[in-house]
Design a protein around this ligand. Structure first.
Ligand SMILES: C=CC1=C(C)c2cc3[nH]c(cc4nc(cc5[nH]c(cc1n2)c(C)c5CCC(=O)O)C(CCC(=O)O)=C4C)c(C)c3C=C
Ligand SMILES: [Fe+2]
Length: 439
C-alpha cells in the first residue's frame, strides 16, 4: 500500500484529568494510507472523499481530484498503539479521555466454547489493531473511510461468567467475585455484567461508531450483544483553557485521580508480578457503573450548596479550603463556626484515600444522555469506569463508605454494574487473553 507522510500535527493540549499518556498514550501517526489522505474513487463513489480534520472544511464537492493532500489535524491523526513494546497494559486505561465512547458487553452464544472464544478474541484484536492504526477495510461500512485514527482505543475485558462458559473456572481471579449490594443500587440485570466487555473511545464519533459495528460483526455467530451504552466527553480543543473534564452536574471531575508519575501508581492500578493468575499480570480490573444523575433536584440547589456537596468549588475545582484545583484539600481545617470547612459528608472527603486506608482508583468516565424519561427528567449521568489492581480494596471499599452517607449519593442512582478482568496488552502476533485461552 502506498504511504504518504502527513504534516506533523500540532501537539495536543494537555488534559490534566487523565494521566499523561505514558506507555500506552497516543502518538501521532506519521504515515497514513494514501486512501485515507486523498480519498478514493471506489468505495466513496464519484463524489470522492475529503481528508479528515482540516480537509473536512473543504466540503465534499472540492475533493474530486487527487490533489495535494491537506494534513489531518492533530485530532484526526493521533494514533494510540494497540500493542506497544513499552506498554504492558491495554490502551484506553491511561489514555487521555476521548470525546466519544461506547461500552458494550457480549455473552457467548450457546455452543461457543473456549476455542470459539479464543478465535473471537483473535479476530477482535486484529480488528482493533487495524482500526486504531487508522486502517479501514475497503469492504466495510465506509463510515470511517475518510477519517484518521482519531485516538481510537479498543479495550477488552472478561466478566465473571466468561470463565464458567469456557471451562476456565479455575483460572478465574478472586478479584472477579461479584460486587456487594449497595443501598443506592437500582441495578438492571439486563444492562449489567456479561461474559465479554469492550470499551471503545475516540475523538471522533464516526470513528467510534465504526469500531463498534466492526467488532459487533466480528462477534456474529460466537457472541451476542448483551448491552451497550454510549458516552461522551468534552472534545479536545473545545476550550482555550485545557483543564480537567466537567461532568453533567457541572463539576470539575477527575482532579484527584492517581497520576502515572505517582510512585505507587502501577501498584494501585495494575496487577502485580506476583499475582496468582499469571495471565493477569500487568492487567487491571474495570468497574463500570451507569449512574443516573437526578439533575432536576441537583440544579435546584444553590451553587454554595452544590459546592458543599462535593467539597470543591464549581468554577475551578479548587478545594473549599482554598488554593487552585491542584491544591491538596485541608481536611482538618475548621471555619469560624468550628465546623469543618470541607463538610464531613462532602463527596471528595468521603472518597479520598485519607478516609479509606489509602484506597484509590483511576476514574475514567464518559458522560451519557439517553433522552428524557416519562416525567421529563433527563436520562443522563455518568458511565463511571474506574481502574484498579484490586476492586475490593478500591471501588468496593470507597463505594461502601459513600453508601453510608456521602452528600452526593441522594442525587445519584446506580442503574447498571459490571466488573471485568482486563488482561495486559497483546504481544506482537498474539491477541488479548491468549495466555489464558491457550495457557
Ligand atoms: C466508588 C467510587 C466513586 C463513585 C461511584 C463516584 C461517583 C461520582 N463522583 C462524582 C463527582 C466527583 N467525584 C470526585 C472525587 C472523587 N470521587 C471518587 C470516587 C467515586 N466517585 C474519588 C476516589 C474521588 C477523589 C477523592 C479525592 O481523593 O479527593 C470529585 C472531586 C474532584 C475529583 O477529584 O475528581 C467530583 C466532582 C460524580 C458526579 C459521581 C457519580 C455520578
Ligand atoms: Fe466521585
Amino acid at each position: 500500500m502506498s504511504k504518504r507522510t502527513a504534516k506533523a500535527p500540532e501537539p495536543r493540549a494537555p488534559e490534566p484529568q487523565a494521566p499523561a499518556p505514558e506507555p500506552a498514550g497516543p502518538r501521532t501517526a506519521l504515515t497514513l494510507s494514501r486512501r485515507r489522505l486523498l480519498g478514493t474513487v471506489g468505495a466513496a463513489g464519484a463524489a470522492g472523499l475529503v481528508v479528515g480534520g482540516a480537509g473536512g472544511a473543504l466540503g465534499t464537492a472540492a475533493a474530486h481530484e487527487e490533489g495535494p493532500a491537506a494534513a489531518l489535524s492533530s485530532l484526526g491523526s493521533t494514533e494510540v498503539p494497540f500493542r506497544d513494546d513499552r506498554a504492558k497494559q491495554q490502551a484506553g486505561i491511561t489514555t487521555p479521555l476521548q470525546a466519544s465512547g461506547h461500552l458494550v458487553a457480549f455473552d457467548l452464544a450457546p455452543g461457543s466454547d473456549r476455542k470459539a472464544a479464543a478465535a473471537l478474541l483473535r479476530r477482535w484484536s486484529r480488528t482493533a489493531e487495524e482500526l486504531m492504526a487508522g486502517r479501514t477495510p475497503d469492504a466495510d461500512t465506509g463510515v470511517a473511510l475518510d477519517a484518521g485514527p482519531s485516538s481510537l482505543t479498543v479495550t477488552f475485558g472478561l466478566g465473571h461468567s466468561f470463565f464458567d462458559r469456557t471451562g476456565l473456572t479455575k483460572h478465574r481471579p478472586d478479584q472477579l467475585d461479584p460486587l456487594p449490594d449497595f443501598s443506592a443500587d437500582a441495578l438492571d440485570p439486563e444492562r449489567s455484567n456479561g461474559d465479554l466487555w469492550i470499551q471503545i473511545g475516540a475523538d471522533d464519533a464516526l470513528v467510534a461508531f465504526h469500531a463498534l459495528r466492526a467488532l459487533q460483526k466480528d462477534a456474529a455467530g460466537t457472541a451476542r450483544l448483551r448491552w451497550q451504552m454510549n458516552g461522551f466527553n468534552r472534545t479536545p480543543g473545545a476550550t482555550a483553557h485545557p483543564m480537567t473534564a466537567r461532568n453533567l452536574m457541572g463539576q470539575v471531575d477527575g482532579t484527584n485521580n492517581p497520576k502515572p508519575t505517582d510512585a505507587d501508581f502501577d501498584r494501585r492500578i495494575f496487577v502485580g508480578r506476583d499475582a496468582e493468575q499469571e495471565w493477569m499480570r500487568g492487567g487491571s480490573y474495570a468497574v463500570v457503573r451507569r449512574i443516573r444523575m437526578l439533575l432536576d433536584d441537583w440544579e435546584k440547589r444553590s451553587r454554595h450548596e452544590q459546592e458543599r456537596v462535593i467539597g470543591r468549588r464549581k468554577d475551578n475545582g479548587a478545594p473549599l479550603t482554598g488554593g487552585s484545583e491542584t491544591t491538596p484539600m485541608k481536611l482538618d481545617a475548621t471555619g469560624a463556626d468550628g465546623l469543618p470547612v470541607i463538610p464531613a459528608n462532602a463527596h471528595a472527603r468521603v472518597a479520598a484515600p485519607e478516609s479509606n486506608q489509602g484506597a484509590a482508583m483511576l476514574r475514567r468516565p464518559f458522560s451519557y444522555h439517553d433522552g428524557f424519561r416519562e416525567d421529563g427528567a433527563p436520562d443522563a449521568g455518568l458511565l463511571f469506569v474506574c481502574w484498579q489492581a484490586d476492586p475490593l480494596r478500591a471501588f468496593t471499599q470507597i463505594q461502601r463508605k459513600l453508601d453510608r452517607g456521602d452528600a452526593l449519593s441522594p442525587f445519584l442512582r446506580h442503574e447498571a454494574s459490571g466488573l471485568y478482568a482486563v488482561p495486559p496488552a497483546a504481544v506482537p502476533g498474539g491477541y488479548v487473553g491468549q495466555p489464558l485461552l491457550e495457557g
